[in-house]
Design a protein around this ligand. Sequence first.
Ligand SMILES: Cc1ncc(COP(=O)(O)O)c(C=O)c1O
Length: 420
Amino acid sequence: MQSAIDIKKLYSDYVKTLETYIMFRISQRTLELTPELEAKNRKPINLSIGAPIQAPPQLVTDVLKNCLNEPGISAYSTPKGEKFFLEAIAARMKTRFGVELDTKTEIFSLIGSKEGLANIFRCLVNPTLNEKDQDIILIPDPGYASYAEQIKVIGGKAYPMPLTYENNFMPCPKTIVQNLEKEGFSSSKIKALVINYPNNPLGATATRDYLKKIVDFCRERNILLISDAAYADMYFAGQEAPASILEFEGAKDIAIEFHSLSKPYSMTGWRMGWACGNKDAVGILGKIKSTVDTGLFKALQKAGAAILTSPEGDEYIKKSNAEFQKKQEILVKGFKELGWDVDNLIIPKATFYLWLPIPARFKNSEDFCNQLLEKAGVVSVPGTGFGKYGEGFFRLSISPGEQALYEVIKRMKEDGFTFN
Ligand SMILES: Cc1ncc(COP(=O)(O)O)c(C=O)c1O
C-alpha cells in the first residue's frame, strides 16, 4: 500500500521552525492590503525596504552593456572572483581604509554579503538541536534579521548583544559573556562575534576605541570577529568615515569583513560583494563557496571593478548620502511635529534608516506597525523584527522620494498617529 504523501515530514529538524524572512512577510501583507488601501486613498508608501531606489551609477550600466559580447564573458567565472575584480577590491580597500590585502589569500568575491555571512556561519557551527550544546555566535540586537535565522537553521545559538541607549549602542563583550554564563551557557562554545557598524536598523556607528577593544577581546579568546561592513560608505557629510575593522592592529589575525556593492551604489539586485581579512577564515569560506556556487557573472565583475576604482563611484556615494541626509531632515522635522521628542533621541548620522520609539498607547511594535499600515498605508518594520531588544521601536527606511515622505507625515497626522 502506498503511504500518504507528506513532503513536510521530510524536512530536516533545523528548518521546521524557520520563519519566512520578515521583509517578505511585510511585502506579502502589503500586497494583500493594497486594493483596500487604494480604495481609501492610502496607496502603500513603502518605508520598510532596506534598499536605495535610485538608478545605479551610469558607469556600471555602461560597462555592463559594453562587455556583453566579449568572447568568454558568458562562461563560468571562478568562485573566488576574476583577478581584475580582486585587484579592484584590493585597490578600494587601500584607498578607502588604508588596508593592504593579498588578492591571492585575503579576498573572496560574494554573491552579495548575505550569502557570505550565511556561509561563514556554516563554517563555524557544529549542528545540534540541544540549545545548551550549541555553538554560540554573538550577534547585535537589534541587528540585521538574517543573522539569527541563518544561525538557527544550521543548528547554532545566536546569542544577542543588546545595543541600547544606555550603552550608546556599543555593548561590552565581557558583560555579555558574564550574562551568557549566568544563563547556563558555556563561554567555551562562543565561536564568533558579529559587529555591524554603521548598523542596520539603528544607523549607529562605533568609536575607534570600541572597535579596538573588540579586536583585543576576540584575540584574547580566539573568537572569530565577523565585521559586517555593508553600510561602511553610507554616512553623512561632516562625519568621520566609518572604519574597516582591518585598520586595527592585530585584526587580520582574527577578523573577516563583509562588504557589499548593494547599498552604496544602489545595486541591491546585482548581488555583489566580497569577504576579506584573515586568510584562514577567507580560505574556509572559499572552500564552502566552491562547493555551493560558481561565482559571479564576469560582466558584473567588470562593472563592479570599474565603479570601485573610479572617482565616479565616490561622487555617486557622496551625492546619494547628501540626498539621504536631506530626506532624513524632512522626516525628523515631521516626526517632531507629530510629537516625537526628537531632540532627545539618537538620530543616525549614517545609513538610510530612522529608528523611533512607538507611542505608549500601542500594545507593542508589531501592533503599531500593523495599524500604521492598515490605516495610513505607511509600511514600516516593527523593532522586534531585528531582535527582542527592538521591542518598543520601529524602523523606517528613508529611501522613497521627498514628496512621499511629506505624504507620510500628512497621513500620520490625519489618521491620528501622533506620539501622545
Ligand atoms: C546589515 C546588513 N548586512 C548585510 C546585508 C546584505 O546585503 P547584500 O546581500 O545585498 O550585500 C544587509 C541588507 O539589508 C544588511 O542590512
